[in-house]
Design a protein around this ligand. Structure first.
Ligand code: AMP
Length: 402
């Protein structure tokens, strides 16, 4: 019997590179590594294979090429050298596919050129993803490389949900529409929820709440997204770690005209200094709860604004869907913070949503139900796994081509 097919999944950020070796057929993750502080004076590099962790902290990692080479060296050191597994593809997490890419797509020179064109739409995400693709293609030239886009799942959003009510010609000319993000996670989690319940995906109306550092909600009817909270960029929608989500666009005009802020200053304010951090001085919800318990009013305000927005979107998506069979919490906060889940859904019994406090507090980390046995809407916690979804997309492309 041949060794199981393995995909190397790469998520390349501006100063970090994450990679996993995944067996898509079994869902097993063979190795998981993070290379951080690329381009800084000293690097951080770690790789976990089974219960073995190897690290190479300290030596500088000047660029993404060095980062990937370090990852390969650590894989070898930890006993999962690339030539010891049946590596069939490299999957690349790509954020913004614009209007061009909405299927897992083989990485070619043309794709890279197009992603460069799309860089202004995702300045924080697309350029480092392109770097990751370039170095990986150079180091592993004989393997197929496949890009999986965060926007892809939402490509067919119904037109009223995808359209901003602005000048149509201007929107057309500059490709302004609501693209949506975290699509790989929303798709994976909604499929997992259906599998967990043993109900066909096409029969379920779901609200998926991806609450991580970035956060987004999606309304999914029968497996097809009908609305999502992020838009042209990942700034819109829910309150996030450092991003405000929805704001009156007039604030931006006001800051430019009256406060004299430049576009770059406003960009930094919106992407890095807003959200839970901007209000409460903290992005990590574990710390936020500690500060609230200690009587910190700013932390309490940050939490209350976060929950208020989340409840607003849940209400909106109940109306968009007509009713929800399932509400799913996922990602760092959604999977781990029972207080957020409780407060997001508190007092909604009248809408058929009843959370069981004991189940909600359970330390179990696998997919689980947290609603009462008679709650008309089932509430689930489902761990997301974007890397596995990307690995599965890669082998689906290979299988379709063979
Ligand atoms: P993600 O972007 O999905 O990795 O989520 C990261 C965020 O998850 C962190 O910034 C924390 O706010 C949150 N988080 C992680 N673990 C916990 C936990 N045990 N309790 C509450 N929040 C958590």
């Amino acid at each position: 019997m041949s060794a199981p097919r393995t995909v190397l999944v790469i998520n390349s950020g501006s100063s970090s590179l994450k990679c996993q070796l995944i067996e898509p057929d079994s869902g097993v993750s063979r190795a998981d590594g993070t290379i951080e502080r690329i381009g800084e004076d000293s690097g951080l590099a770690g790789m976990t294979v089974g219960d073995r962790e190897v690290r190479r902290d300290g030596p500088p990692i000047p660029d993404h090429d060095a980062a990937l080479r370090t990852a390969f060296a650590l894989l070898e050191q930890a006993g999962a050298a690339l030539d010891s597994v049946n590596l069939v593809a490299v999957g690349h997490r790509a954020v913004h596919g614009g209007r061009s890419f909405f299927e897992p797509t083989p990485v070619t020179d043309a794709l890279i050129a197009k992603m460069r064109e799309l860089a202004p739409l995702a300045p924080l995400h697309n350029p480092p993803a392109v770097l990751g693709m370039e170095v990986a293609r150079r180091l592993l030239p004989d393997l197929p490389h496949i890009a999986v886009f965060d926007t892809a799942f939402f490509h067919h959003l119904p037109t009223p949900a995808a359209t901003y009510a602005i000048d149509r010609e201007l929107a057309e000319r500059w490709h302004i529409r609501r693209y949506g993000f975290h699509g790989t996670s929303h798709r994976y989690v909604s499929e997992q929820a259906a599998e967990f319940l043993g109900v066909p995906l096409r029969e379920l109306n779901q609200i998926v709440l991806h609450l991580g550092n970035g956060a987004s909600a999606a309304a999914i009817a029968g497996g097809r997204p009908v609305d999502t909270s992020m838009g042209l960029t990942p700034l819109e929608g829910l309150v996030m770690g450092t991003r405000p989500g929805d704001v009156d666009a007039g604030i931006i005009l006001y800051l430019a005209r009256t406060a004299g802020m430049t576009v770059d200053e406003i960009d930094a304010m919106l992407n890095r200094h807003s959200g839970v951090y901007g209000l409460g001085g903290q992005v990590d919800f574990r710390e936020l709860h500690k500060r609230i318990a200690a009587g910190d009013a700013a932390a309490k305000l940050a939490y209350d604004v976060y929950i208020h927005r989340l409840r607003k979107y849940i209400g909106a998506y109940l109306a968009v869907l007509g009713h929800a069979d399932v509400i799913v919490f996922t990602a760092g906060v959604g999977e781990n913070d029972p207080a957020v889940r409780r407060d997001a859904l508190a007092g909604l019994d009248g809408l058929g949503i009843e959370v069981d406090d004991e189940l909600n507090e359970s330390p179990v980390r696998t997919a689980r139900r947290i609603s009462t046995a008679d709650s008309p809407t089932t509430v689930l916690v489902v761990p997301t796994n974007e890397e596995l979804a990307i690995a599965r997309d890669c082998v689906a492309v290979l299988d379709a081509a063979s």
